[in-house]
Write a protein that binds this ligand. Structure first.
Ligand SMILES: O=C(O)CCCC[C@@H]1SC[C@@H]2NC(=O)N[C@@H]21
Length: 195
């Protein structure tokens, strides 16, 4: 990995950790908190792309698992993964990867509404399915009950999807961080030509 990519991955992990300062808990309704960190997961994919975004979030989750207090409220350790939060956090690298993949595929026609859609698909649908299934399996609470309890996250996560999309599209046109081959380059690569 290049020094540039290492620095960007480290910065993204620091941003996700800092967003953990936002932690709102309603333990009687759902033991999993509302956290600002999902904004960071969406930003990782949308700003760094599939590979680097997915890798930074995977490294973030791995460090949290070995006890670095990176999760919301300064938590960390393997115990988090044996709690209701486990599946939600484990879904994050896949979410960042999928968002990054979709952003890269649309790189030359990227629009805010498209990135909102990608954030919803990768950062909400995928995260919720994995998080809720894990939470239901671990706690023994029926899936539909967990699903209802999880609707508390939805307004905030929709807002984060929009905020991350606006930031990602502005940066894409002002200072693109992802390097995606131009369509003409790809065409020549397929034909074995170099420009
Ligand atoms: O730090 C934790 O214990 C939980 C992290 C998982 C929070 C999930 S991710 C999707 C949903 N949106 C939120 O704001 N919180 C949950």
């Amino acid at each position: 990995m290049s020094t540039r990519n290492l620095v960007m991955a480290a910065l993204m992990m620091a941003i996700i950790a800092a967003l953990g300062l936002v932690k709102i808990s309603f333990p009687l309704f759902n033991e999993v908190p509302i956290t600002g960190q999902t904004l960071g997961i969406m930003l990782a994919g949308a700003l760094l792309g599939a590979r680097l975004g997915g890798l930074s979030v995977a490294a973030f989750v791995a460090l949290a698992a070995v006890g670095v207090p990176l999760l919301a409220g300064g938590r960390g350790g393997i115990g988090v993964f044996a709690s209701a939060s486990g599946g939600w956090v484990l879904s994050w690298p896949l979410a960042a990867y999928l968002i990054g993949y979709m952003v890269e595929k649309s790189w030359y026609s990227l629009r805010t509404w498209k990135v909102i859609l990608f954030n919803i698909l990768g950062g909400i649908v995928v995260v919720y399915v994995i998080g809720m299934a894990y939470q239901a399996a671990l706690t023994g609470v029926p899936f539909y009950t967990v699903a209802i309890k999880s609707m508390i996250f939805l307004p905030g996560d929709l807002l984060k999807a929009a905020v991350a999309a606006v930031i990602a599209v502005r940066l894409r046109y002002a200072y693109p961080l992802i390097q995606v081959a131009a369509p003409s380059d790809r065409f020549s690569e397929q034909r074995g030509q170099t420009l």
